[in-house]
Design a binder for this molecule. Structure first.
Ligand SMILES: [Zn+2]
Ligand SMILES: [Zn+2]
Ligand SMILES: [Zn+2]
Length: 465
């Protein structure tokens, strides 16, 4: 018996090529087809995360884009200048940018050698500053694994906790208490941002993506909400601090604080509030928040007038006046009496300083500057710097909403408080106990001590409020 001669390389290749050619024939494809597909870059394995991101960005609603943009960038290009170390030297340069606006890397990264203590690494899989996160930009979308998403989560968490550690170090240097921060929300955002990408890709057969890999990544439990209700004394202290702590526009800050305390609105409710949403006669404000349906919320005459006055003074809101009235002289009373009407679609809250806007013809003009979310940060930051207990509990705007909700829940029950908060989630147990507008208005009266026309039927006989 003779052993067959071993195959040479070319015979081996021919043997391997045959089943491939058979497969091509069966699929109705030619070699030329394959080459053309490869050079046009349309094979599923060539649809990388980076290549697909523009499609994702175009498909995302504005709200999602805003939340996800920085996490999409993290998934794409990684964090080239962020080390996993939390030592004081590495934290000291965190967030620092050079003259060109580029993130300054830590000294170890710049030097190419790391001598940081091993226990200072915040990222569990990292032991040197040279290990940075490269991102998944060049990976084919269909090949990305759950483990890779998890790694991205871990890095986002590292970045978040490092940022907090750096902030806390600055706070400690100023003798202020630090905050604990888990980085869990960063983990969650990575998962959601990646999930959005895969959801788009599944609908697009050219990507070869069949499953949403991100959904298998760990979903961190949200840290429990820390909003708290203020006592009357605490409210009075914060109110005083608005006027006495050197803010350059206490008038605006006062109205923001009052608005949220009285309406329980979320931040977005103030930013989206329009002049047409102030119903001076019915004493309601039209709040639209978080993409929910807009709802009318009770409001005192005093606050209504204050806000209308503010919009007239700082905005460009007057649409029409009776012939005898100069538009420049319009007051709240003129609006209430119908001698002047406001544009319905103008913002209500404005900064004192104006901004310059460019017109279609290229010229610029000075225009009112509507309130932005930034003001909330600077206001609460100032309050925390001056009121020690507020600093200790990490006071935030949401507490005002909580303050109202707690009072109304105690006075009028869960259903009314829930309606006042305008929670969107359907709660089945509330089918038969849905709060009526009069009950919400009555809750508002008890809470604010100010009257509301809708509550009349529920006031106790004999009493005024
Ligand atoms: Zn270090
Ligand atoms: Zn180092
Ligand atoms: Zn470092």
């Amino acid at each position: 018996m003779t052993t067959p001669a071993p195959l040479d390389a070319s015979q081996l290749r021919a043997l391997q090529a045959q089943p491939l050619l058979d497969q091509l024939d069966a699929a109705g494809l030619s070699l030329e087809d394959l080459l053309a597909m490869r050079s046009s870059g349309t094979l599923p394995s060539q649809v990388t995360l980076r290549r697909y991101l523009p499609t994702v960005r175009a498909a995302a609603p504005a709200g999602s884009s805003k939340v996800y943009a920085s996490y999409w960038a993290l998934l794409d290009v990684g964090l080239p200048n962020l080390c996993g170390c939390g030592c004081a030297a590495c934290l000291a340069v965190l967030g620092r940018r050079d003259d060109a606006g580029t993130q300054v890397p830590c000294a170890c990264l710049a030097r190419g050698a790391c001598s940081c203590p091993k226990d200072s690494f915040r990222h569990p899989a990292v032991t040197t500053c040279a290990d940075t996160y490269p991102g998944l930009g060049n990976r084919p979308l269909a090949a990305i694994t759950t483990a890779e998403i998890e790694a991205a989560q871990q890095w986002a968490k590292t970045r978040a906790t490092k940022r907090w550690a750096a902030r806390n170090a600055r706070r400690a240097a100023a003798g202020r208490p630090g905050y604990a921060h888990s980085g869990k929300s960063a983990e969650e955002h990575v998962r959601d941002a990646a999930s959005f990408i895969f959801t788009c890709a599944i609908d697009d057969p050219t990507t070869g993506v069949r499953v949403n890999t991100a959904l298998k990544a760990p979903k961190p439990r949200r840290p429990k909400t820390t909003a708290r209700a203020y006592s009357t004394g605490q409210l009075a202290e914060l109110w005083d601090a608005i006027f006495t702590t050197g803010g350059e526009d206490a008038e605006l800050d006062m109205r923001i604080f009052w608005f949220h305390l009285e309406t329980g609105a979320r931040r977005g409710g103030a930013l989206a509030l329009r002049t047409g949403g102030l119903d001076v006669h019915g004493q309601n404000a039209l709040l639209s928040e978080k993409g929910e349906n807009a709802t009318w919320q009770p409001m005192s005459t005093e606050l209504q007038r204050s806000l209308v006055g503010h919009a007239i003074e700082r905005g460009e809101v007057v649409a029409w006046t009776s012939p005898a009235l100069d538009p420049k002289d319009v007051t709240v009373d003129d609006v209430a009496a119908g001698r002047a009407r406001l544009h319905p679609d103008r913002p209500v809250f404005y900064y004192r300083r104006r901004r310059s806007v460019t017109l279609p013809d290229g010229t610029t003009r000075s225009a009112p500057h509507p309130l932005t979310a930034r003001r909330y940060n600077s206001l609460w930051d100032r309050l925390c710097r001056h009121v020690p207990w507020a600093d200790q509990i990490h006071a935030r705007p949401h507490d005002l909403r909580k303050t109202g909700a707690e009072f109304i829940e105690r006075a009028c029950g869960y259903a009314v408080a829930k309606a006042w908060l305008r929670h969107a989630d359907g709660d089945q147990t509330l089918t038969y106990t849905k709060a009526k507008p009069a009950e919400i208005a009555r809750g508002f009266e008890l809470y604010t001590g100010r009257s509301h026309p809708l509550a009349a039927e529920l006031r106790p006989p004999g009493g005024d409020r």
